[in-house]
Design a protein around this ligand. Sequence first.
Ligand SMILES: CC(C)(COP(=O)(O)OP(=O)(O)OC[C@H]1O[C@@H](n2cnc3c(N)ncnc32)[C@H](O)[C@@H]1OP(=O)(O)O)[C@@H](O)C(=O)NCCC(=O)NCCS
Length: 204
Amino acid sequence: MMKLLNKAVYGICLMLYYLMARHLPGSGLPYSLGSRAVRGFLCRRIFKKAGKGINIEHGVFFSSGREIEIGDNSGIGIDCRITGPLVIGSDVMMGPDVMIFTQNHENKRLDIPMRLQTAPKKKVIIGDDVWIAARAIILPGITIGRGAIVGAGAVVTKDVPEYAVVGGNPARIIRYRNQQNQLNDPDNQASGPENPEAQIAPIK
Ligand SMILES: CC(C)(COP(=O)(O)OP(=O)(O)OC[C@H]1O[C@@H](n2cnc3c(N)ncnc32)[C@H](O)[C@@H]1OP(=O)(O)O)[C@@H](O)C(=O)NCCC(=O)NCCS
Protein backbone atom coordinates (compact mmCIF):
# COMPACT_ATOMS: atom_id res chain seq x y z
CA MET A 1 0.00 0.00 0.00
CA MET A 2 2.78 2.44 1.01
CA LYS A 3 4.71 1.46 -2.10
CA LEU A 4 1.73 2.28 -4.30
CA LEU A 5 1.20 5.62 -2.54
CA ASN A 6 4.89 6.55 -2.92
CA LYS A 7 4.70 5.68 -6.60
CA ALA A 8 1.63 7.87 -7.05
CA VAL A 9 3.27 10.80 -5.21
CA TYR A 10 6.39 10.39 -7.35
CA GLY A 11 4.34 10.35 -10.57
CA ILE A 12 2.29 13.43 -9.63
CA CYS A 13 5.41 15.37 -8.56
CA LEU A 14 7.23 14.46 -11.78
CA MET A 15 4.27 15.57 -13.87
CA LEU A 16 3.93 18.86 -11.94
CA TYR A 17 7.66 19.45 -12.34
CA TYR A 18 7.76 19.04 -16.13
CA LEU A 19 4.39 20.69 -16.83
CA MET A 20 4.74 23.64 -14.48
CA ALA A 21 7.64 24.05 -12.03
CA ARG A 22 10.43 23.66 -14.59
CA HIS A 23 9.06 26.69 -16.46
CA LEU A 24 8.77 29.02 -13.45
CA PRO A 25 11.30 31.88 -13.39
CA GLY A 26 14.90 31.58 -12.20
CA SER A 27 15.26 31.44 -8.41
CA GLY A 28 17.35 34.62 -8.14
CA LEU A 29 14.88 36.91 -9.91
CA PRO A 30 12.79 39.43 -7.94
CA TYR A 31 9.62 37.98 -9.49
CA SER A 32 10.61 34.35 -8.95
CA LEU A 33 7.11 33.42 -7.65
CA GLY A 34 8.58 31.11 -5.02
CA SER A 35 10.04 28.95 -7.77
CA ARG A 36 12.99 27.72 -5.68
CA ALA A 37 10.66 26.44 -2.96
CA VAL A 38 8.27 24.84 -5.46
CA ARG A 39 11.00 23.03 -7.41
CA GLY A 40 12.75 22.02 -4.17
CA PHE A 41 9.51 20.60 -2.78
CA LEU A 42 8.87 18.52 -5.90
CA CYS A 43 12.46 17.35 -6.38
CA ARG A 44 12.67 16.15 -2.79
CA ARG A 45 9.88 13.73 -3.74
CA ILE A 46 11.37 12.84 -7.14
CA PHE A 47 15.09 12.37 -6.44
CA LYS A 48 16.51 9.32 -4.72
CA LYS A 49 17.98 11.63 -2.06
CA ALA A 50 17.86 15.39 -1.62
CA GLY A 51 19.43 17.47 1.14
CA LYS A 52 18.39 20.77 2.73
CA GLY A 53 18.53 24.08 0.88
CA ILE A 54 18.85 22.69 -2.63
CA ASN A 55 18.32 25.01 -5.62
CA ILE A 56 17.05 23.38 -8.79
CA GLU A 57 17.06 26.22 -11.32
CA HIS A 58 14.73 27.11 -14.16
CA GLY A 59 14.67 24.70 -17.11
CA VAL A 60 16.61 21.79 -15.58
CA PHE A 61 16.07 18.40 -17.26
CA PHE A 62 16.89 15.35 -15.13
CA SER A 63 15.01 12.58 -16.92
CA SER A 64 13.17 10.45 -14.31
CA GLY A 65 15.32 11.83 -11.46
CA ARG A 66 15.09 8.49 -9.69
CA GLU A 67 18.83 7.87 -9.72
CA ILE A 68 19.88 11.34 -8.63
CA GLU A 69 21.24 12.15 -5.17
CA ILE A 70 22.04 15.72 -4.13
CA GLY A 71 23.50 16.97 -0.86
CA ASP A 72 22.74 20.00 1.31
CA ASN A 73 22.94 23.50 -0.18
CA SER A 74 23.79 22.31 -3.68
CA GLY A 75 22.40 23.76 -6.89
CA ILE A 76 21.69 22.65 -10.44
CA GLY A 77 22.06 25.59 -12.83
CA ILE A 78 19.68 27.13 -15.34
CA ASP A 79 18.86 24.81 -18.26
CA CYS A 80 21.24 22.06 -17.11
CA ARG A 81 20.71 18.58 -18.50
CA ILE A 82 21.69 15.79 -16.10
CA THR A 83 20.97 12.08 -15.84
CA GLY A 84 21.43 9.41 -13.20
CA PRO A 85 23.02 7.49 -11.68
CA LEU A 86 24.48 10.70 -10.32
CA VAL A 87 25.69 11.65 -6.85
CA ILE A 88 26.10 15.37 -6.22
CA GLY A 89 27.73 16.24 -2.88
CA SER A 90 27.02 19.18 -0.59
CA ASP A 91 27.71 22.85 -1.38
CA VAL A 92 28.07 22.13 -5.10
CA MET A 93 27.58 25.07 -7.49
CA MET A 94 26.60 24.52 -11.10
CA GLY A 95 26.47 27.20 -13.78
CA PRO A 96 23.97 27.35 -16.64
CA ASP A 97 23.78 24.75 -19.45
CA VAL A 98 25.97 22.14 -17.75
CA MET A 99 25.49 18.62 -19.14
CA ILE A 100 26.19 15.46 -17.19
CA PHE A 101 25.84 12.18 -19.08
CA THR A 102 25.95 8.67 -17.63
CA GLN A 103 25.51 6.56 -20.76
CA ASN A 104 27.21 6.21 -24.13
CA HIS A 105 25.82 4.57 -27.26
CA GLU A 106 27.47 1.16 -27.62
CA ASN A 107 29.28 0.92 -30.95
CA LYS A 108 31.35 -2.30 -30.94
CA ARG A 109 29.18 -4.27 -33.37
CA LEU A 110 29.06 -3.35 -37.03
CA ASP A 111 26.28 -5.79 -38.03
CA ILE A 112 23.49 -3.88 -36.27
CA PRO A 113 22.87 -0.13 -35.97
CA MET A 114 24.29 1.65 -32.93
CA ARG A 115 20.79 2.63 -31.87
CA LEU A 116 20.06 -1.06 -31.15
CA GLN A 117 23.22 -1.59 -29.09
CA THR A 118 22.89 -0.92 -25.41
CA ALA A 119 25.65 0.28 -23.11
CA PRO A 120 25.62 0.12 -19.32
CA LYS A 121 25.10 3.28 -17.31
CA LYS A 122 28.19 4.60 -15.55
CA LYS A 123 27.68 6.60 -12.37
CA VAL A 124 29.03 10.16 -12.12
CA ILE A 125 30.14 11.35 -8.68
CA ILE A 126 30.66 15.00 -7.78
CA GLY A 127 32.37 15.69 -4.47
CA ASP A 128 31.49 18.35 -1.90
CA ASP A 129 32.26 22.01 -2.56
CA VAL A 130 32.76 21.61 -6.31
CA TRP A 131 32.07 24.43 -8.80
CA ILE A 132 31.06 23.35 -12.30
CA ALA A 133 31.03 26.45 -14.47
CA ALA A 134 28.82 27.30 -17.41
CA ARG A 135 28.46 24.89 -20.33
CA ALA A 136 30.81 22.22 -18.97
CA ILE A 137 30.16 18.67 -20.17
CA ILE A 138 30.89 15.70 -17.90
CA LEU A 139 31.05 12.26 -19.48
CA PRO A 140 29.88 8.87 -18.08
CA GLY A 141 31.77 7.34 -15.15
CA ILE A 142 33.63 10.49 -14.09
CA THR A 143 34.43 11.36 -10.47
CA ILE A 144 35.12 14.98 -9.62
CA GLY A 145 37.08 15.34 -6.39
CA ARG A 146 36.13 17.56 -3.48
CA GLY A 147 36.85 21.26 -3.90
CA ALA A 148 37.59 21.03 -7.64
CA ILE A 149 36.61 23.65 -10.24
CA VAL A 150 35.52 22.69 -13.75
CA GLY A 151 36.00 25.72 -16.00
CA ALA A 152 33.46 27.11 -18.42
CA GLY A 153 33.08 24.97 -21.54
CA ALA A 154 35.30 22.13 -20.29
CA VAL A 155 34.71 18.62 -21.59
CA VAL A 156 35.66 16.31 -18.73
CA THR A 157 36.80 12.90 -20.00
CA LYS A 158 38.83 11.70 -16.99
CA ASP A 159 38.54 11.90 -13.21
CA VAL A 160 39.36 15.28 -11.68
CA PRO A 161 41.59 15.23 -8.58
CA GLU A 162 40.57 17.06 -5.40
CA TYR A 163 41.09 20.84 -5.50
CA ALA A 164 42.15 20.80 -9.18
CA VAL A 165 41.02 23.59 -11.50
CA VAL A 166 40.44 22.15 -14.97
CA GLY A 167 39.48 23.60 -18.34
CA GLY A 168 39.44 22.94 -22.07
CA ASN A 169 38.42 20.11 -24.37
CA PRO A 170 39.53 17.57 -23.32
CA ALA A 171 39.84 19.11 -19.86
CA ARG A 172 43.36 19.56 -18.47
CA ILE A 173 44.55 20.74 -15.09
CA ILE A 174 45.15 24.49 -14.99
CA ARG A 175 46.24 24.64 -11.33
CA TYR A 176 45.51 23.23 -7.88
CA ARG A 177 43.64 25.34 -5.35
CA ASN A 178 45.68 23.82 -2.54
CA GLN A 179 49.15 24.35 -3.99
CA GLN A 180 51.20 27.54 -3.79
CA ASN A 181 53.54 27.26 -6.75
CA GLN A 182 51.39 25.07 -8.92
CA LEU A 183 52.19 22.43 -11.45
CA ASN A 184 55.80 23.09 -12.42
CA ASP A 185 57.29 23.02 -8.91
CA PRO A 186 58.83 19.53 -8.33
CA ASP A 187 58.74 20.05 -4.54
CA ASN A 188 55.05 20.63 -4.66
CA GLN A 189 53.59 17.43 -6.08
CA ALA A 190 52.28 15.84 -2.87
CA SER A 191 48.66 16.75 -3.34
CA GLY A 192 48.58 16.04 -7.06
CA PRO A 193 46.85 13.04 -8.60
CA GLU A 194 47.59 9.71 -6.89
CA ASN A 195 47.12 7.76 -10.10
CA PRO A 196 47.97 10.12 -12.98
CA GLU A 197 46.97 7.55 -15.62
CA ALA A 198 43.35 7.52 -14.49
CA GLN A 199 43.10 11.23 -14.03
CA ILE A 200 43.46 14.19 -16.31
CA ALA A 201 46.87 15.65 -17.05
CA PRO A 202 48.15 19.20 -16.60
CA ILE A 203 48.26 21.59 -19.56
CA LYS A 204 51.76 21.19 -21.08
C1 LIG B 1 38.24 27.96 -14.63
C2 LIG B 1 38.34 29.39 -14.09
C3 LIG B 1 37.64 29.48 -12.72
C4 LIG B 1 39.84 29.64 -13.93
O1 LIG B 1 40.06 30.88 -13.39
P1 LIG B 1 41.57 31.29 -12.95
O2 LIG B 1 42.11 30.30 -12.00
O3 LIG B 1 41.48 32.71 -12.51
O4 LIG B 1 42.39 31.11 -14.27
P2 LIG B 1 43.10 32.24 -15.17
O5 LIG B 1 42.08 33.15 -15.74
O6 LIG B 1 44.23 32.82 -14.39
O7 LIG B 1 43.69 31.35 -16.37
C5 LIG B 1 44.76 30.44 -16.19
C6 LIG B 1 44.99 29.70 -17.50
O8 LIG B 1 43.89 28.80 -17.72
C7 LIG B 1 43.22 29.10 -18.96
N1 LIG B 1 41.78 28.99 -18.70
C8 LIG B 1 41.04 29.68 -17.83
N2 LIG B 1 39.76 29.29 -17.87
C9 LIG B 1 39.68 28.33 -18.81
C10 LIG B 1 38.61 27.55 -19.31
N3 LIG B 1 37.36 27.69 -18.85
N4 LIG B 1 38.90 26.65 -20.27
C11 LIG B 1 40.16 26.51 -20.76
N5 LIG B 1 41.22 27.22 -20.30
C12 LIG B 1 40.97 28.12 -19.34
C13 LIG B 1 43.62 30.55 -19.27
O9 LIG B 1 43.56 30.80 -20.66
C14 LIG B 1 45.02 30.60 -18.74
O10 LIG B 1 45.88 29.96 -19.67
P3 LIG B 1 47.39 30.50 -19.91
O11 LIG B 1 48.09 30.30 -18.60
O12 LIG B 1 47.88 29.62 -21.00
O13 LIG B 1 47.25 31.93 -20.27
C15 LIG B 1 37.68 30.42 -15.01
O14 LIG B 1 38.47 30.74 -16.12
C16 LIG B 1 36.31 29.99 -15.53
O15 LIG B 1 36.16 29.16 -16.45
N6 LIG B 1 35.28 30.58 -14.90
C17 LIG B 1 33.91 30.24 -15.21
C18 LIG B 1 33.03 31.49 -15.22
C19 LIG B 1 31.59 31.10 -15.36
O16 LIG B 1 31.22 30.19 -16.08
N7 LIG B 1 30.75 31.85 -14.66
C20 LIG B 1 29.31 31.60 -14.68
C21 LIG B 1 28.82 31.22 -13.35
S1 LIG B 1 28.99 29.49 -13.03
